[in-house]
Structures are given as C-alpha cells and as structure tokens.
Write a protein that binds this ligand. Structure first.
Ligand code: ZN
Length: 180
C-alpha cells in the first residue's frame, strides 16, 4: 500500500461498490495525500456537505474531511481525520441524515450523542478531540463510510419504504452508466 492514486474528479454515487467496501488504512503521509485532502475539501464545499469520506471519491482509504460551522468564540475544528478511531457514549439520539453519495434520500438514524475521536492529521501527527450532537454525528456518519456502511444500511422499515423508488432509480442509473 503506497501513495495515493490520481486526483478524484467527482463524488461517487450509490450503489458504486467502492462505497460498501471497508477502506484500507493510510500508510504514507506524502504529498499525494495532501493533494487528495485538498481535493476532497473542494468537492465537499462544492456539494455543500458537512463531511466527505475518501471512499466517496472512489478511494478506499481510511480518511475523511469535515467542515462544520463553529461559533466565532470556538477554535477551528480540525478538518481532516486520517485512520480515525471513535469512542462513543451518551444517549442514543434520532436525527435525519443525508449523504452526498445518495442525494434526495433522507434517513433518520439513531446514534450516540457523544463521540471522542482519535486520528492523524495530514502530516501524520496524532490528535484527539471530543464533541457532541451535530459534529459527533458527522464523525459517526463519515466513519461508517470507512467501514463500507451507508445510511441505507441504517434505514427503518418506514424509511426503506419511503426511499425505495429513489434508490431503485439510482441502481438503474448506475447500471446504465456502467454499461456506457
Ligand atoms: Zn455519507
């Protein structure tokens, strides 16, 4: 496992198999990684997302970026998490989530309220932070991507029914694109 392949062009859509494959750890903290992270930031901002994981740009590696508005009094949150590990606590809270790889689908997901995350920055320096509510949820959602887990795997029967048609259309579109 060496350095990172070429720059991704766009966000990969459901049901691309890269989205359901567990990602490999990042082993080399080189310029290729920095370029990838910068590109992922760009794609996340263009799509106005709060987070984006490497499998979502077709790269099966364990890293994600986030950009969540914090108040003017707060220090800036680190925005890239490489080889992250999560420790979850607190009550389970239900909240509606979307995913840049599954536009038009919203799923109510129950997740622990508090998360502690240990990860490496783009230079390979370890750091550890804790947060709750929205940011803790974003981390858990992005971490799921590294495990090949999507919000479609966390749908209640009701959400499954509500999103059935949209998901089916996405499967047909994907099959069509794969053929052409
Ligand atoms: Zn997502």
């Amino acid at each position: 496992m060496n350095s990172i392949p070429a720059q991704p062009e766009k966000i990969v859509l459901y049901p691309d198999p890269v989205l359901t494959r567990p990602a490999e750890p990042v082993e080399v903290f080189d310029e290729g990684l920095q370029i990838l992270v910068a590109r992922m930031m760009e794609l996340m901002r263009e799509a106005q997302g709060a987070g984006l994981a490497a499998p979502q740009v077709g790269i099966s590696r364990r890293l994600f970026v986030t950009e969540v508005d914090s108040g003017p009094e707060e220090p800036p949150h680190p925005t890239v998490f490489i080889n992250p590990e999560l420790e979850l606590s607190g009550a389970l809270v239900s909240f509606e989530e979307g995913c840049l790889s599954i536009p038009d689908v919203r799923v109510t997901v129950r997740r622990p309220q508090v998360a502690r995350i240990r990860a490496f920055d783009v230079h390979g320096q370890p750091f550890e932070i804790q947060d709750e509510d929205f940011l803790a949820r974003v981390w858990q959602h992005e971490y799921d991507h590294l495990e090949g887990v999507l919000i479609t795997n966390r749908m209640s029967p009701r959400d499954r029914l509500a999103n059935r048609r949209t998901l089916k259309e996405m499967v047909l579109d994907f099959e069509e694109d794969s053929r052409s």
